[in-house]
Design a binder for this molecule. Structure first.
Ligand code: ADP
Ligand code: ZN
Ligand code: ZN
Length: 745
């Protein structure tokens, strides 16, 4: 008797054991989807492994009911990786496996349904079945009229959907039925062909002559690829040093050798240019995975990767789970970027897990950044990552931009009257416009005014469900909106508390800056890029207008800081550099520094030199001072020292346990109880801090408490967390264990 361990989609455990009836033995392979009974439901699971025996009493082991796929949907290498990922994050295997699963093709689902196996099961399917007529025999005698025409058509042009025949011949269905009865035609159900995702092939281009630094970096990567060893590199190149050329060269090499590759980028909607460059260089063998894909297209990409027709997957963090064949290379562009961390469901880090998957697959991993994470720096020093440097911009004429600091405490507003458009910034904008250059202004706040305060009683308009102030958005007719839960209400005429009508708008968001710019620079073409104007792929359009020179000033949130290559941008302004410094987060300085260097890196990428203006209330802050000098090494050195002193990552391993509930007292009590469980389980060297209310104490009507577990070594940390994970808790409370947390809020 053979038994299999099956990952089922429930938030529990590491898989369940089922027996394999003889008729399914051949297909119930590791990585194949199977239909099993779970409790009183039927669910779709994935075979994780098999064995000849089980410790369970045989009468309690149920048989699997059906195997969905002829070939395992998840390749073995990926199954191994998912198991390790689940272990690392203490996440239920069934939820982890879902990260890599495609929907079921409708044809397979219908086959199961006909056997009565789908009753009670919820199965997501893709693909529409269409009826297609195909000529099989000789033309029957006495064929006349439409039937004759239809038959000739099928013979000449091959199988055709009935719907298409009907468009041409009104009685096509009838005709086909008669032809079928005569044995001349069969009608089949096939899954509809999928639209090609790309309308037109990108024009091909050739690699430029590499700079010596690019050639050396690529040489090191190629040597590792050719040797077939699992090496990991940190490609540390200043902004516009040509890191992308190194990825392209490495991927090209992998393709030559018949292998596959994955390229992860922070936000694919913001990097259409990068995707275009990949397609232009490497041709059509690339799957681009992004959130704008329909289920059907996503499935098509998945299937073509699985079959080996496509060998490169480019996408945001979830592309890490692409079923690429013969995986030999994973590149992570802008590895420092926070968006590689998934903040819901399975809280994994795409960057960290790229290293793991590559290592386990014997593949090469390249992490690229102009501002490597402190974690990567520590890994270089520990010998786990090999640094490859690109010390200068790729195009000989371009240098890093000059950076000027504007001390907001001492500098007044320019003609716009608003402090955040200081006089030096105003003048710089004027000069840029005169020279027909473009400017990018960055402000990490969307909306018009970040808060509305009553001057009568000091009351701040807050969200009823979250412990945050409401942001005023002019655009939607003057509404106060919560940026965390999307609650929104009309701006009241008077304070609901004291009735005063003196309501003050505090601070400025991108909407207000855009308006100020439009008034102060009436002839300039100003646009805004933030989540309000540009959801998903729409942002690509704004960037395209910028690229085409149809805009003069682009103001926006982090969206404008990402790796755009806009050669006409000569001025970058950071309106309030310290906005993120005050956050209760040990990475606040690191993030601010990275953001400043990245946004500064948008300036002066073309022929004209660039200039950056950083406005700050705290010009002496180390993160700001280092960014002025583009001093990545100096900043990291200092940051590493601080972290070591405080025992923070990368000098320790950390997890946050978040406990949330609608009843504040109950949530707090459970947090205390679980922290006590952690303390009892902690071995010496494991530190449990808290619980305390989270900085964002209430979110979507849930009160949030948390405690931190820290340890120099991973194993004891894991033991402590396992004790927490296994402790029974009040089901009205939501408990999340976040290993290597990125957001501390
Ligand atoms: P990064 O990814 O490091 O920010 P990019 O790869 O976007 O840099 O390169 C910046 C610019 O330099 C792009 O316009 C690119 O086409 C150009 N570039 C890169 N490498 C070379 C090279 N070897 N010769 C000429 N131009 C190059
Ligand atoms: Zn009031
Ligand atoms: Zn809210």
């Amino acid at each position: 008797m053979r038994f299999v361990r099956v990952a089922v989609p429930v938030p529990l455990g590491q898989g369940f054991t089922y027996s394999v009836p003889e008729e399914h033995a051949a297909r119930a392979q590791r990585g194949a989807r199977v239909l099993v009974e779970f409790g009183r439901r039927r669910v779709l699971g994935v075979v994780m492994g098999s064995s000849e025996e089980t410790d369970l009493p045989l009468e309690r082991v149920k048989p699997i009911q059906a195997v969905v796929d002829d070939e395992p949907v998840i390749p073995g290498e990926l199954v191994d990786f998912l198991v390790e990922l689940a272990r690392y994050y203490l996440a239920p295997i069934g939820e982890v496996v879902r990260l890599a699963l495609p929907a079921v093709e409708r044809a397979a689902a219908e086959a199961l349904d006909e056997q009565g196996l789908l009753e009670g099961a919820r199965v997501a399917t893709v693909g529409r079945m269409v009826q297609v007529a195909r000529a099989i025999g000789e033309a029957p005698p006495e064929l006349r009229g439409q039937a004759s025409a239809v038959f000739e058509h099928l013979r000449a042009l091959g199988p055709t959907p009935l719907a298409a025949l009907e468009e041409r011949w009104g009685n096509a269905r009838d005709a086909v039925r008669r032809l079928a009865r005569a044995g001349a035609v069969v009608v089949e159900r096939v899954s509809q062909a999928v639209d090609p995702f790309f309308e037109e092939p990108a024009a091909r281009d050739a690699a430029p002559a590499l700079t010596p630094a690019q050639a050396a970096a690529l040489g090191a990567v190629v040597a590792a690829l050719d040797a077939g060893v699992a090496r990991a590199f940190l490609l540390h190149g200043v902004t516009a040093s040509g890191k992308t050329e190194v990825y392209l060269g490495a991927v090209g090499r992998v393709l030559e050798s018949g292998g596959g590759a994955i390229v992860l980028v922070p936000e694919i909607a913001l990097t259409p240019q990068l995707v275009a460059r990949f397609r232009a260089r490497l041709g059509e063998g690339i799957a681009v995975l992004h959130s704008g894909l329909s289920d059907r297209d996503r499935y098509s990409m998945w299937k073509r990767l699985r079959s080996g027709e496509l060998r490169v997957a480019v996408g945001a963090r979830s592309a890490l789970f692409a079923p690429v064949r013969e995986l030999r290379l994973i590149c992570v562009d802008e590895e420092h970027d926070g968006s590689f961390k998934q903040e819901e469901g399975v809280r994994y880090s795409g960057r960290d897990m790229a290293l793991l998957r590559a290592h386990r697959a014997g593949a090469v991993c390249v992490l690229g950044s102009a501002t490597p994470s402190v974690a990567s720096e520590a890994a270089v020093r520990a010998g786990r990552l090999e640094r490859l440097r690109l010390p200068a911009r790729a195009r000989a004429a371009t240098r890093l931009p000059e950076v000027e600091v504007v001390d907001l405490r001492r500098t007044g507003p320019g003609p716009s009257g608003h402090r955040l458009i200081s006089l030096p910034l105003h003048r710089a904008l004027e000069r840029t416009l005169e020279a027909h250059g473009q400017a990018i202004l960055f402000l990490n706040r969307r909306g018009f005014a970040p808060s509305v305060v009553c001057e009568g009683c000091g009351e701040i308009a807050g969200c009823p469900s979250c412990s945050v102030a409401l942001t005023l958005h002019r655009e939607r007719g003057g509404r106060l909106t919560c940026h965390y839960c999307d609650y929104s209400t009309k701006l009241p005429e008077a304070c609901p508390k004291c009735g005063s009508s003196r309501l003050a708008l505090e601070g400025a968001g991108t909407e207000r800056i855009e308006e100020l710019l439009a008034t102060s620079f009436p002839s300039a073409r100003v646009a805004r890029l933030d989540r309000d104007v540009a959801a998903g792929l729409k942002s690509a359009r704004v960037l395209e207008r910028m690229r085409r020179g149809e805009l003069d000033i682009l103001v926006g949130t982090q969206m404008v800081t990402k790796g755009h290559d806009l050669p006409e941008v000569t001025l970058v302004g950071v309106l309030n550099a310290d906005a993120a410094l005050g956050l209760p987060d040990f990475r606040a300085a690191e993030r601010t520094f990275q953001l400043l260097v990245q946004v500064a890196g948008r300036a002066g990428r073309g022929d004209a030199p660039g200039k950056v203006i950083i406005q700050t209330w705290d010009p002496e802050h180390p993160a700001i001072r280092a960014s002025v000098r583009h001093d990545v090494d100096g900043f990291v050195e200092r940051e590493l020292r601080d972290r070591e002193e405080l025992g923070y990552p990368p000098f320790s391993r950390m997890a946050l346990v978040r406990v949330e509930g609608t009843d504040e007292r109950r949530a707090e009590a459970e947090a205390r109880r679980l922290a006590a469980v952690a303390r009892r389980a902690a071995t010496p060297g494991v530190l449990v801090v808290g619980p305390a209310a989270a900085p964002l104490a209430k979110l979507r009507s849930r009160y949030r408490f948390r405690f931190m577990v820290r340890s120099a070594e991973r194993a004891p940390l894991r033991q402590t967390l396992l004790a927490v994970a296994r402790a029974p808790f009040d089901r009205r409370i939501h408990v999340v264990i976040d290993v290597d947390p990125v957001s501390m809020l």
